[in-house]
Design a protein around this ligand. Structure first.
Ligand code: 5RP
Length: 231
């Protein structure tokens, strides 16, 4: 099974397992969340009444194309469920997110969700966060080089994310530094507390104690829940 098929199968399994008629649903961002949004569109076409909140302009556009009703987060009290991807998942279901550039809205939407369900293929599983993917940190453009030095003092090499020769700009109008830790992230909770107090940092890509469950697809096409519950 190729990578796209593994993303599709886990995304569809998550939607079919967790999304019920009448729910408020958070829509993730990225190439795995893409398949979840498509599946949600199919449920809407079958008559499900779903109210959705998107974590990016890109996901909002896709959802609308699929006939899904998208509202602003402040139009709902809470979200029953959000289905989103991740860049790394450790054995305790702690996450790195943000390679798709939507970490700020993703974290706000996750905080408003009763259940944050993460969908990945097994290539995203790591023993230690920061060993495969860099940690994305969203920063204000103002004085961002100074923010970079402060990030560097946390033991990483921050690289400004670029697109078409210019800094990549998030939906919130900010920049992203992708921070590589040579030995991985020893203590994600401590690191998050250090990063969050740096002036100029808007949000970091550590999603700690956020996932209600993680669904993982294997190359043989099977899917399992990291919580150990049956699908
Ligand atoms: C976007 C994200 C994505 O969820 C993450 O990058 C995973 O994306 P993909 O499913 O394309 O690998 O955090 O900000």
């Amino acid at each position: 099974m190729d990578a796209a098929e593994m993303k599709k199968i886990v995304a569809e399994k998550a939607v079919d397992t967790f999304v019920k008629d009448g729910m408020n649903v958070g829509l993730g961002t990225g190439s795995t969340a893409y398949f979840a949004i498509k599946r949600i569109g199919e449920l809407v076409a079958q008559g499900y009444d779903l109210t959705c909140v998107a974590t990016s302009v890109q996901s909002e556009g896709l959802a609308r194309e699929c006939g899904v009703k998208v509202v602003d987060l402040d139009e709902v009290d809470k979200l029953d469920i959000t289905i989103d991807g991740a860049d790394e998942v450790d054995p305790d279901m702690q996450l790195v997110k943000g390679l798709g550039g939507a970490l700020l809205r993703e974290k706000i939407v996750a905080a408003a969700s009763v259940r944050e369900v993460i969908i990945v293929d097994e290539s995203k599983l790591v023993e230690k966060l920061g060993t495969k993917a860099p940690l994305p940190v969203e920063v204000l453009p103002f004085g961002h080089e100074h923010t970079r030095y402060a990030l560097q003092r946390q033991g990483c090499t921050p690289e400004l994310r670029m697109r078409d020769g210019k800094p990549f700009v998030t939906d919130g109008g900010n920049y992203i530094y992708d921070c590589r830790f040579p030995e991985g992230i020893a203590n994600p909770f401590f690191l998050e507390s250090r990063i969050d107090v740096i002036p100029g940092v808007v949000e970091n890509g550590l999603f700690l104690n956020t996932a209600f469950d993680v669904l993982v697809s294997r190359t043989d096409g099977t899917v399992y829940r990291m919580s150990g519950q049956d699908i």
